[in-house]
Design a protein around this ligand. Structure first.
Ligand code: ACO
Length: 330
């Protein structure tokens, strides 16, 4: 008996209208367009300016588009997994807010926190529900309102991040195509090299935590850069080797969009030419859990059934991983 596989049957996204360009950033922090482009590859990012809207709003909009693309009714969805580090509330989960907004009356849902690797971890959870025969249709969303945890006086972080959401519908594949493999890693040794110190149960919000700016992202950029460059390339090679793939066999790399130099290093180690690598960091910056579905959305018309696709990510935790997908929308 062949293994039941999950496939992506629909893709959607939400991008806020407001565009924060490098030129605009130059007005309030000591930086410049040349530095940002050459060190990161980013030219602009989107910010959700409406104070009444947050991650669940973006997630629901992306989900609606993904459902339409798949031709699936909200009532058919059995589970919703939302990857985010910027939930509307600590609880209830963003997935519950999305469930209501889209009218997924038969779904249960939960949030998953794995920073920039969140979407990949959520994908494997959704795929496993389908492989195990526990669900037929699952919604997986990566959504982050990064502007809610960014200090726009800190030039080392505010240039990097943007707000967005991406969503996919997972269904049972009718063929041997679909998700073939996942590899995930977590290493808590570097918990403080990329984190938000305040607001959790260790440092609950007080006047002091706010004054000390503990509710914003803190990172040691050089440590994260080094670990991400090694980790994303290593895990991508690991999944290729495990599945007998060479650079020639891989049609697409869908990398988390943190820094163009990290993406280039990964593609080089995999032996891939530039045309096989999905890169849109220039337009959106690092949208944390949303980067991978935003790429799938931008490239959806170029993906062909049977294409060998490697998805790879690295993020806070530290967390990293890769998945091997044989593309099929059939
Ligand atoms: N504009 C101008 N100069 C700056 C800026 C800025 N925005 N930010 C830092 N600098 C300065 C620094 O102060 C430093 O000056 P100094 O040499 O006088 O001390 C100089 O530029 C070089 O700083 P570095 O930190 O060494 O610069 P680097 O080349 O490492 O680039 C960056 C910094 C872009 C943050 C890089 O380290 C990086 O991308 N790290 C990964 C971080 C990341 O992506 N985190 C997101 C989440 S994790 C993930 O998604 C993988």
């Amino acid at each position: 008996m062949s293994l039941r596989r999950a496939k992506i049957s629909g893709v959607g996204r939400y991008l806020p209208d407001y565009i924060l360009t490098n030129a605009e950033l130059e007005k309030f922090v000591d930086t410049n367009d040349e530095w940002i482009r050459s060190r990161t590859g980013i030219a602009e990012r989107r910010l959700l300016k409406d104070p009444k809207k947050a991650t669940a709003f973006m997630a629901a909009e992306a989900a609606k588009e993904a459902l339409k693309d798949a031709g699936v009714e909200p009532s058919e969805i059995e589970a919703i997994v939302v990857a985010t580090v910027t939930p509307d509330y600590f609880f209830p989960a963003t997935a519950a807010l999305v469930q209501k907004k889209i009218g997924a009356v038969n779904a249960y849902g939960f949030d998953l926190s794995a920073a920039c690797s969140g979407f990949l971890f959520a994908l494997s959870n959704g795929a496993m529900m389908i492989e195990a025969g526990r669900a037929k249709k699952v919604l997986v969303i990566g959504a982050d309102k990064m502007s809610s945890i960014i200090d726009y006086e800190d030039r080392t972080t505010c240039i990097l991040f943007g707000d967005a959401a991406g969503a996919v519908v997972l269904e049972i594949s009718d063929s041997d195509e679909g998700f073939i493999d996942f590899i995930h890693h977590t290493d808590g040794d570097e918990e403080c090299s990329l984190y938000q110190p305040g607001g959790g149960s260790l440092n609950p919000a007080t006047v002091e935590t706010v004054e000390s700016k503990l509710h914003y992202i803190r990172q040691d950029g050089r440590v994260v850069f080094k670990k991400a460059t090694e980790g994303m390339a290593d895990v991508s090679l690991e999944i290729m080797t495990k599945n007998g793939l060479t650079g020639e066999d891989v049609d697409w790399l869908v990398p988390h969009q943190a820094n163009l130099r990290i993406i280039d290093a990964t593609a080089r180690r995999m032996g891939l030419s530039k045309e096989k690598v999905m890169i849109n960091i220039e337009k959106y910056g690092n949208t944390t859990a949303a980067t991978i579905p935003l790429c799938l959305y931008d490239w959806k018309d170029k993906l062909k059934d049977g294409d060998n696709v490697i998805l790879a990510a690295f993020g806070g935790g530290l967390t990293w991983g890769a998945s091997y997908l044989k593309w099929s929308k059939k």
